[in-house]
Design a protein around this ligand. Structure first.
Ligand SMILES: [Zn+2]
Length: 71
């Protein structure tokens, strides 16, 4: 494998992950604005900070927001 090929592959991979994560972020923003119009707040403690947790399943990948304080 030459250096040139390696660079090209890296560049396209980077682009792909950028586009992909942008779409994911749009989905998450949409989901958040549906559930929390004023921004995330935990059902249990009212905390506004969260982790984004990726759940990889056999047929789909989903994302959940988890409170940072309740963990
Ligand atoms: Zn909480």
């Amino acid at each position: 494998m030459s250096n040139k090929v390696l660079k090209l592959r890296k560049a396209s991979l980077y682009e792909f992950t950028q586009n992909y994560s942008n779409k994911i972020n749009n989905c998450i923003e949409f989901f958040k604005s549906m559930k929390w119009p004023n921004g995330f707040s935990c059902d249990r403690c009212g905390c506004h900070k969260y982790y984004l947790v990726k759940l990889v399943g056999k047929t789909k990948t989903s994302y959940v927001l988890e409170c940072r304080s309740c963990k």
